[in-house]
Structure formats: structure tokens, C-alpha cells
Design a protein around this ligand. Structure first.
Ligand SMILES: Nc1ncnc2c1ncn2[C@@H]1O[C@H](COP(=O)(O)OP(=O)(O)OP(=O)(O)O)[C@@H](O)[C@H]1O
Ligand SMILES: CC(=O)N[C@H]1[C@@H]2OC[C@@H](O2)[C@@H](O)[C@@H]1O[C@H](C)C(=O)O
Length: 366
């Protein structure tokens, strides 16, 4: 199947779109991929929708498939698909749609992603698989992370020696550990870039710490770091996942931007280190995916704490598109009835398939 996967991550930078050829077991071929950035106006609508969802905290209605923010998500995805198809021309069999996460509360079996999968299927004229986290949550799983099955397929594809770890550095960091005998352990380790981004944004200095420059020029504040680390989350074993706003900037508000960025970057590295300490055995290598791998200060701090780190790209993978490819892969697994989450990844009692299929409505096919 030729599948287009979409991911719009918690950093709110835009929509990642990637096409892969897959049967849901192996990646047969990588197709084209692109990032469609949100416009400034779109981003501010999504920031408000996120703030609103966090404030409501799941109480009362968050309009997930209707309303201005859901419309922004739909429009941006349609634009991304149009751009990709203009470059590509090939037919699509299926679309995997993640939606824009605005709230994640696994302890209440609640996760909210904005965007209307049915309208997307109609707009693209291709069936869509969405709601990939819902069945897992309903069965008592964390509903996240869901990329590990794809990390395992990538490890097979590149013939990587195990144990190996994949680390995604997005707004939040998530880790997949793959053992020699097919074991798979995964969880969110803590914030990746989310807090650094917020610190830079709060001071009107851009959207992120470009090149890790502020962090490189600052000093880690030991008191602030230890107060950030003072959460039972980091010491809890087993499946666990985070909302992007589970941690706050309170500990670093009085610091200069350089020291705040240095401290928050050290926080990311240290929490990945604490996660590494919980693994059954040390990975021979860490494969780093997501936007944080563009931050050399973060990459250095990580390597100092956990050992050898390679970017996904150094291994022939597309570090910026692994999540979008994963959503395509999971959509293919969903239609094949294959499991997408596992006891070791989200804590579900047994491997589970998931996702919901949205066809093209009658009027559109007539
Ligand atoms: N050149 C760069 N220098 C420093 N940081 C960068 C650079 N490029 C990207 N980043 C960081 O990567 C982030 C985006 O990463 P990514 O797109 O992987 O996140 P996401 O997919 O939105 O998040 P999540 O995986 O949590 O859903 C930016 O917000 C920024 O912090
Ligand atoms: C609820 C939600 O959207 N979580 C994201 C977020 O971003 C990174 C981390 O937190 C991860 O758990 C997840 O994304 C990827 C795609 C996942 O579920 O594997």
C-alpha cells in the first residue's frame, strides 16, 4: 500500500507529511515528505485552543472535529497533501491522520486530538485511519507513545544491532528500547524541547533556541535543575506518558535566558539519563529523531549522559519525518488488523490493534 502519514506535533511548528510504501510489517519504500509550516495566524489559533483545552482539563466540551482550531488543522493537512501530490503524482491507497493533540490525560483515559478525519477523507478522496490512541486508552493503556512498532520496523530495515534505543526529541521526548529477543519498552522520558521553546518564546526571542546557542552560552543552575527533577514521574517504572504542559517554567523564571536554556537543556538530558538507568540493558547506540537533534548543545548533553548518540539521518533515516512515516505505518497496520500498541509500550494488557477507518462519503464517490 502507498500510504500518506500526517503528524502535527506538540511544538505546533506545522504539519509533517510523508508517503511510504508498506504492508504494515516492513517499509518497502520511502516516498516524498514535507513540512508545511502553520501560518502565524493558524499557530496562534492552535495555541489558544491548546491553552483552552489545558484550562478546561477535559471538563466540558473541547470541539475536536468542529470549530476554528479543528478547521485550521483540516485546512493545513489538505494544503500539505496538495503540495505533496503536486510533487509526486502517484496514487494513494490510504491516509494516516494523527490530529493535533491539545490535551493528554491518560490517567483519565482521555486524549484529545483536533481535526475531522471524515472531512479529510472527503477532501483528499482517500480513506483515512485516525483515532490511533483511543482503543489503547479504553483498554487501560497510556495511549502513547505509539511510534515504537515503527521504530522496530526501522531497526530491522537498517539491520541495527540490538539493544538499540530510538529517542524522539519533540516537544516531549519519547524513548523506544528494542532488546535482542524482540522485547520492546517505550515511554515518554520528560520534556525535550517544549520547555526550552516556552522559555525562549516567553522572552520574545523567537520560537526555539536556534542551534542551542543560548544554552551553550549559559550555566546550569543546580538549584533550579534539582527542583525540576523533583517529580516522581522520572522514577516511576513502566508505561507512562506526558502532556506537553505537565511541567512548568517556574524554576527558571528568574534566570537569564542563557542560564534558563542551559538548565532546561540539562533537564532534558538528565531525564533521558534517568530513563536509560531503568532499561534492562544499555543500548549499544541511541538513534536520535525529531527537532532536538538539530540542537548541538542538547546532543552534547545527551551523549555526555547516555553515551553514543547518532542522528537518525546518519543511519540513512529521515529524522524529521519518522513520526509522520510512523502514522502511515500504523494506519497500514490498523487496516491489516495488526497490533499497534503493546504491554511494554503503553501498558495495555495484551498487544492491541487500534485506529478507526473513515471512508469517503457517498456524495463524494457518486
Ligand atoms: N535548528 C534548531 N536548533 C535548535 N532546536 C531546533 C532546531 N530545529 C528544530 N528544533 C527544535 O525542535 C522542535 C520541533 O521538533 P519536532 O518537530 O520534532 O517536534 P514535534 O513533532 O512538534 O513534537 P512532539 O514529538 O512532542 O509531538 C522545535 O520546537 C525546536 O525546539
Ligand atoms: C499525546 C501525544 O500526542 N503525545 C505525543 C507527544 O510527542 C512526543 C510524545 O509526546 C509522544 O508520546 C507522542 O507522540 C508520538 C507520535 C507517539 O505517540 O509515539
Amino acid at each position: 500500500m502507498r500510504v500518506l502519514g500526517f503528524m502535527s506535533g506538540t511544538s505546533l511548528d506545522g504539519v509533517d507529511a510523508a508517503i511510504i510504501e508498506t504492508d504494515g510489517v516492513t517499509v518497502i519504500e520511502f516516498g516524498p515528505a514535507l513540512l508545511l509550516p502553520f501560518t502565524t495566524e493558524e499557530r496562534s489559533i492552535l495555541v489558544s485552543a491548546t491553552e483552552d483545552a489545558v484550562l478546561r482539563d477535559g471538563r466540558g466540551e473541547t470541539p475536536a472535529v468542529s470549530g476554528a482550531a479543528a478547521q485550521v488543522v483540516l485546512d493545513a493537512h489538505v494544503r500539505a497533501a496538495e503540495q505533496l501530490r503536486a510533487e509526486d503524482g502517484g496514487d494513494l491507497d490510504l491516509v494516516g491522520f494523527h490530529g493535533q493533540t491539545v490535551l493528554h490525560r491518560p490517567e483519565r483515559r482521555l486524549t484529545i486530538q483536533l481535526g475531522d478525519p471524515s472531512a479529510l477523507a472527503d477532501a483528499l478522496g482517500v480513506p483515512v485511519v485516525a483515532n490511533l490512541r483511543q482503543m489503547d486508552l479504553a483498554a487501560g493503556g497510556q495511549g502513547a507513545p505509539i511510534v515504537p512498532a515503527y521504530h522496530a520496523a526501522l531497526a530491522d530495515r537498517i539491520g541495527a544491532e540490538r539493544p538499540i534505543a530510538f529517542l524522539n526529541l519533540g516537544g516531549v521526548a519519547n524513548l523506544t528500547w528494542l532488546g535482542r529477543d524482540g522485547e520492546m519498552i517505550a515511554f515518554d522520558t520528560g520534556p525535550a524541547n517544549g520547555l526550552v521553546d516556552l522559555a525562549v518564546q516567553a522572552r520574545g526571542l523567537g520560537r526555539y533556541d536556534d542551534g542551542g546557542r543560548y544554552a551553550a552560552a549559559g550555566h546550569v543552575d543546580a538549584g533550579a535543575l534539582s527542583s525540576l527533577l523533583n517529580s516522581p514521574y522520572f522514577h516511576r517504572a513502566g508505561a507512562k506518558s506526558l502532556d506537553r504542559y505537565d511541567f512548568s517554567l517556574d524554576a527558571v523564571t528568574s534566570l537569564s535566558i542563557e542560564d534558563a536554556a542551559a538548565t532546561l537543556t540539562a533537564f532534558t538530558a538528565e531525564t533521558v539519563g534517568l530513563a536509560a538507568d531503568q532499561l534492562p540493558s544499555a543500548p549499544g547506540r541511541w538513534v536520535i529523531c525529531g527537532g532536538g537533534r538539530h540542537n548541538p548543545t542538547m546532543m552534547r548533553a545527551l551523549a555526555d549522559r547516555v553515551g553514543r548518540c547518532d542522528t537518525a539521518d546518519a543511519l540513512g533515516l529521515r529524522g524529521d519525518f519518522i513520526e509522520a512515516e510512523a502514522i502511515a505505518f500504523l494506519a497500514a497496520r490498523s487496516v491489516a488488523g495488526l497490533p499497534i500498541t503493546f504491554p511494554g509500550t503503553t501498558g495495555v494488557p495484551h498487544p492491541m490493534t487500534g485506529g478507526e477507518r473513515f471512508g469517503i462519503s457517498q456524495e463524494k464517490t457518486a
